[in-house]
Design a protein around this ligand. Structure first.
Ligand SMILES: Cc1cc2nc3c(=O)[nH]c(=O)nc-3n(C[C@H](O)[C@H](O)[C@H](O)COP(=O)(O)OP(=O)(O)OC[C@H]3O[C@@H](n4cnc5c(N)ncnc54)[C@H](O)[C@@H]3O)c2cc1C
Length: 439
């Protein structure tokens, strides 16, 4: 998938120009896989899903695992996201899950979402990871009066939800161009790359072997297991986990082709804002916030005083289109936070999230591929969900039952054939923007 990795001058995948990269402690590169190696389990992808799976295998199941990463750990979405450790992971709400899969599946998924947040909290505590965790809860902000009415109606069924008028939002330091909001208590923000690197250190300490610059380019049956090939080595393993999410190479795993839909998400981070600048906009809270648009924006004030503003990226996944999308995102930021319209943006980057044909994550066995599993499709909300997903799938990788909730066992159906993707994304995004109305 050469188009997915932007090579740097030395031919290695380049890191994005993210605020996280410059504000996390440096980490020594993990060396590549060389020669022929063996493991019980091979994990492809060193993001939250792959690393949590490796940790669970080592610590709970006593199983040897090797993680192969095309770039370096955290190079994918796990090192470049907004740091919202929150509920989510599926595009289906509780009612839709109950309709499609029954009320038990809906209740089980709701419990999974809560467990996933607690999993991250536990990881931070257990491995002593300093990841700048912020205040509890999140607030969804209405982009229109109609949207506020819908949020209020939903909130009526949630005893933990608190409806906030524009005046009440302003009193809480949440003033922007919004028509009201609903605050819920679950989740907390964190520094995504500090969390990721803490997992790397924990995994290495637990005996998980980790190789960077080791893109898997071949995957073939070998006896009772699989042989994964990289540029400089090969790995023989009884079982394999694809934890590659929005960076999955569908040519390597043809069964997956057309069943996932990688999408871009983009983020800008301003320079530090002074207390007077924060007051001028009326935004002083560090709570996680997002709006009610279909093409949603997510934003939060960072502990260092910078403001992070994210949204859907360009519908074209081409690197040049992603870079050019900066102007669009900056214009949207200025429209919602007019007092900061002229503030310098220090960093802008984008990355891939992953939708699936079932509108839910997938954590299960790959059909027709004995011993091969996947944990992916977190629908833009994987800080918590992918962490927990990696943990749950580990039992199956160790030869036991799959502990993922029933919703994740369902294999994704086809979403859009790959050749039609660019067109589908352009049309879908344009329609969603039109339905949202002007900013
Ligand atoms: C800009 C942005 C903002 C986001 N904001 C949030 C947020 O605030 N909150 C939230 O919950 N979620 C957010 N997400 C989503 C979240 O980051 C992801 O769901 C989560 O990180 C997925 O983790 P993962 O381990 O499944 O995949 P990833 O972290 O994407 O890791 C997959 C890895 O697989 C590797 N890989 C792929 N192919 C191969 C191969 N052939 N061989 C070896 N390695 C390979 C890639 O290099 C990559 O490092 C955001 C995503 C983006 C892009």
């Amino acid at each position: 998938m050469p188009d997915r990795f932007i090579p740097s001058a030395d031919g290695q995948p380049a890191w994005p120009d993210s605020h996280w990269r410059v504000s996390a402690d440096a980490m020594t590169d993990a060396g590549p896989l060389t020669g022929e190696q063996h493991a019980d389990v091979a994990i492809i992808g060193a993001g939250y899903a792959g690393l949590n799976a490796g940790l669970e295998l080592a610590e709970v199941h006593g199983v040897s695992a090797v993680v192969l990463e095309a770039a370096q750990p955290g190079w994918g979405a796990s090192g470049r996201n907004g740091g919202f450790c929150c509920k989510g992971g599926a595009l289906l709400d509780g009612a839709a899950i109950a309709r499609r899969h029954g009320p038990e599946a809906a209740a089980e998924w709701a419990a999974y979402e809560r467990d996933a947040i607690e999993r991250v909290r536990d990881n931070l505590a257990r491995y002593a990871i300093q990841a700048d965790a912020g205040p509890e809860g999140e607030v969804q902000l209405a982009h229109s009066p109609r949207a506020y009415a819908a949020l209020q109606a939903d909130a009526a069924a949630d005893p933990g939800a608190l409806c906030l008028s524009p005046t009440e939002l302003a009193e809480r330091g949440l003033h922007g161009r919004f028509f009201g909001g609903v605050q819920t208590p679950a989740g907390f923000p964190l520094h995504p790359l500090k969390y990721l690197r803490g997992l790397v250190r924990a995994a290495q300490g637990a005996g998980v072997r980790l190789h960077g610059d080791s893109r898997v380019t071949g995957c073939a049956r070998a006896g009772a297991g699989w042989r994964l090939t990289t540029a400089r080595g090969s790995l023989l393993a009884r079982r394999v986990l694809w934890a590659t999410n929005g960076y999955s190479d569908e040519a390597l795993l043809p069964w997956l082709s057309g069943r996932i839909l990688p999408l871009a998400s983009a983020i800008l981070v301003t320079r530090p804002l002074s207390p007077a600048e924060l007051q001028a906009q009326g935004w002083t809270s560090q709570i996680m916030a997002y709006d009610s648009r279909r093409v949603l924006h997510y934003f939060r004030l960072l502990p260092c005083g910078r403001f992070l503003f994210g949204g859907r990226g360009s519908p074209s996944m081409a690197p040049a289109a992603q870079a050019a999308f900066r102007q669009v995102l900056q214009a949207e930021f200025a429209a919602l936070f007019p007092a900061w319209a002229g503030v310098d943006v220090e960093h802008y980057w984008s990355g891939h999230v992953c939708l699936t044909g079932s509108r839910a994550p997938w954590g299960g066995a790959v059909p027709g591929h004995d011993g091969m599993f996947a944990a992916l499709g977190w629908h833009g909300n994987g800080v918590a969900a992918a962490s927990e997903g990696g943990r749950r799938i580990a039992a199956a990788l160790a030869g036991g039952p799959n502990r993922a909730p029933a919703l994740l066992h369902r294999r994704p159906g086809r979403v859009v054939p790959r050749p039609l993707r660019p067109l589908a994304l352009r049309v879908g995004m344009a329609a969603a923007r039109w339905l949202d109305g002007p900013l």
